[in-house]
Design a protein around this ligand. Structure first.
Ligand code: PXL
Length: 276
């Protein structure tokens, strides 16, 4: 198995079990060297905490990239999550070009929305820029809310296969080549992930637990990326990531007041074993 090095670009929420504090341990546990470029530093994530600090690192990015170029540093993959500003999205596209190795895999989680709403601080201009970034990616990992913002389609909590197919078609029209579409539920008590590869549809269905946790999108995307870089097919990586995310939610449900994130650490061994 070739040793691989990835760059992941997302925020550091110092407390909150999301973004880089998830991606770094999870992808590293998959056996991949994980380099980081923080998009912003927040005291906590923005979902449920109030009064958080936010240090935008947009203008640090060009200098960091220039240094890497000078040092000849190259990455086998670049995976982006929560980004700190609209301008940053252009920088990120440039970074993918400048420090991506030959055949560098570009993976974009358009982490900007959930449950029908954009996260605080994001606006229509950010969504427009994110459309462009998604169009350049090899894999995009949206949830339904993000897919609706990217395509302009109405957000629905009850839907059928035709609705999902229409979203996939519009995402494809944006230039998205491979879509890992998360949180797709066609039956009560079940949810799953659609893997849409170059127009081919497959679906991995699993149990839907009664509790949900913040940060599971980041856990899912990081586990998917780690498994993919370990050489799994997109479908197998999507299934491994789904099983791991379910295990994290189950581990979190054991305690009532752990509301801000999912306990992904005690079950990391399950992910590692699934990769063997
Ligand atoms: O998990 C997505 C995420 C990442 N980073 C920050 C967030 C959120 C979701 O709310 O606020 C700062």
């Amino acid at each position: 198995m070739a040793y691989k090095k990835i760059l992941t670009i997302q925020d550091i929420s110092c407390v909150g079990q999301c973004s880089l504090t998830v991606a770094l341990p999870v992808i590293s546990a998959c056996g991949i060297e994980t380099c980081v470029l923080p998009s912003a530093v927040l005291s906590t994530h923005t979902a449920g905490f109030s009064g958080y600090t936010f240090r935008d690192l947009t203008e640090d990015m060009p200098g960091i990239k220039d240094h890497w170029v000078k040092e000849g540093i190259r990455f086998d993959a670049v995976y982006t999550g929560y980004l700190g500003s609209t301008k940053q999205i252009d920088y990120v596209a440039d970074i993918m070009q400048s420090v991506g190795a030959e055949n560098c895999l570009k993976i974009v989680d358009p982490a900007m929305a959930d449950n029908g709403n954009l996260y605080p601080g994001f606006d229509a201009a950010f969504v427009e820029a994110m459309k462009t970034l998604c169009g350049k990616a090899d894999y995009v990992i949206p949830n339904i809310t993000e897919a609706c913002f990217l395509t302009g389609m109405e957000y629905k909590t009850e839907y059928d296969r035709a609705y999902i197919d229409a979203l996939l078609e519009k995402l494809t029209a944006l230039g998205c080549r491979n879509i890992i579409f998360t949180g797709i539920s066609y039956a009560p008590g079940k949810t799953g992930v659609v893997v849409f590869e170059e127009g081919r549809y497959s679906y991995y269905e699993h149990e839907k637990l009664p509790n949900s946790c913040h940060g599971t999108g980041d856990i899912y995307a990081s586990a998917f990326v780690g498994a993919l870089l370990r050489g799994k097919s997109a479908y197998d990586a999507a299934a491994i990531a789904a099983d791991y995310t379910v295990a994290c939610i189950r581990a979190t449900a054991e305690e009532d007041n752990h509301w801000y994130g999912a306990k992904f650490e005690p079950v990391l061994m399950k992910l590692i074993r699934a990769l063997e």
